[in-house]
Design a protein around this ligand. Structure first.
Ligand code: DLL
Length: 433
């Protein structure tokens, strides 16, 4: 069995608990003294760093949410001065303002360590040729996996996303052995490959590390069959570190959470109560080694469950079940996080649109597409077609500049979109994954 760091990945539970407690105490002390936002929240419930001595005490700490990061935008939750931050990434949020995350030099080192483990989980080593087709930029996917791939000594192809024909040509010519991208993009590549008349036997591909969006077992089978590879699910979120929070091993029975860095919990999303192992609920993470942006009990909104049984691979770290869904309305379309409210504000700014709209998400040829149905006033409809086209274009451009996502805009007459007596059904997700 190949591990990147067997001492940490296979640490006996008692030893791991001791290590986690030590690091937790240290983290709580640090955020209390360095981050006013945390200090205020703890003081409000009469909690002092000394009250946290064991993992049991974790429950006493208040949760952190995306709202906390928004309230302190952009750098208010950082626990070190900006002079210690060497990298900034960001992901989109509901208000259009991104969630900003910062890394110290040691955080970058930790990140490389955990993504190196992820690659080793997929059988990666210094002989691997890793093609990174996650986006590079503010998104954490590209650079996150990049540092891990260099750490294991692999040859890295930092191709980033897009330009599918070129991806496949390079995959073939450069002899890539591991592909890193979203699962939907992997499937799209498989299709394009067939269309180009390139057979999987002409490739050296052995495995793929796919994540950043939910995907099903059927999708895995499809990718594995069409590409002739082992497809591994990897999980992470920018706030916690990016990719490298958890990864499946070749046994594909849950994702190992790298617990010497991140403590997971499952809570009831309605009551906030901590749930026992095995229960399905919302995943919550506490980071215990991060310096730039330590997070205490961060609510991910992702639904999963934890399994503490030791895996066949020998890793002792807990396994989280494949993410089953989210507790909020965030959509992930082609790897981009989209909140319906972001589109709503774009529409309302345009003026000609009525506040009745619906987002229709489809998966066509394995690629997610977004259609926005928008009601516009009757006058516009009776007006000349050119005027309608210009409104359509305005909305399309505006969505593209806010979200970085192209959408098909369909303008419809007033009262076309179904009304609801309760919550409006803003999203019709037709993807079968
Ligand atoms: O998506 C980090 C990442 C990059 C993970 C590359 C894996 C690979 P964010 O953009 O902040 O970060 O989005 C985080 O994406 O809360 C989940 O809802 C979803 N997500 C990430 N990985 C998975 C997965 C990156 N394997 C949000 N399965 C998370 C299901 C996933 N959902």
């Amino acid at each position: 069995m190949e591990y990147w760091n067997s001492a940490c990945e296979c640490m006996p539970r008692e030893e791991l608990t001791r290590l986690q407690e030590e690091r937790l105490k240290e983290t709580v002390k640090r955020v209390y003294h360095n981050v006013p936002h945390y200090r205020k929240k703890m003081q409000a419930i009469g909690l002092e760093p000394g009250d946290i001595q064991s993992l049991e005490d974790l429950k006493k700490l208040p949760f952190t949410t995306k709202q906390d990061l928004r309230d302190t935008y952009p750098y208010g939750m950082f626990a070190v001065p900006l002079s210690e931050i060497v990298r900034i990434h960001a992901s989109s949020g509901t208000t259009g303002k991104p969630t900003v995350v910062g890394y110290t030099r040691r955080d970058i080192d930790t990140w490389a360590e955990v993504t190196a483990r992820t690659l080793a989980c997929a059988g990666g080593n210094k002989n691997s040729v890793v093609q990174i087709a996650y986006g590079y930029g503010l998104f954490t996917g590209g650079l996150g996996v990049h540092y891990g791939a260099e750490r294991i000594g692999a040859s890295v192809i930092p191709i980033s996303g897009g330009n599918t024909k070129r991806q496949i040509q390079i995959m073939k010519d450069f002899g890539s052995t591991i592909l890193a991208c979203t699962p939907s993009y992997a499937l799209y590549m498989a299709e394009e490959m067939e269309a180009m008349g390139i057979s999987k036997d002409e490739l050296k591909m052995k495995a793929g590390i796919f994540g950043a969006e939910p995907w099903s077992e059927q999708m895995r089978e499809e990718i594995e069959k069409r590409m002739g590879i082992l497809a591994i699910d990897i999980y992470g979120l920018s706030e916690v570190i990016g990719p490298g929070v958890a990864s499946e091993c070749k046994f594909k029975c849950g994702l190992h959470v790298f617990e010497d860095h991140f403590i997971p919990e499952i809570i009831d999303p309605n009551t906030g109560e901590s749930l026992p192992p095995g229960s399905v609920g919302e995943l919550v993470f506490t980071t215990i080694t991060k310096e730039g942006l330590p997070l205490i009990r961060y609510r991910t909104r992702d639904i999963s469950a934890l399994d503490y049984n030791v895996c066949e691979c020998g890793r002792t770290c807990v396994r989280m079940k494949k993410v089953m869904g989210r507790t909020d309305d965030m959509l992930i379309i082609r790897g981009v996080n989209v909140f319906p409210s972001q589109i709503e504000s774009v529409l309302l700014e345009i003026g000609d649109a009525l506040p009745h709209y619906q987002l229709i998400v489809r998966r066509e040829n394995n690629l997610d597409t977004l259609e926005v149905l928008v009601e516009v006033n009757q006058e516009l409809f009776s007006d000349e077609i050119r005027k309608l086209e210009s409104v359509e274009r305005k909305i399309k451009n505006s969505i593209e500049s806010v979200l970085g996502l192209s959408a098909k805009i369909t303008l419809v007459e007033p009262k076309t979109i179904e009304r609801s007596e309760g919550k409006a059904k803003r999203v019709v997700d037709l993807r079968k994954i």
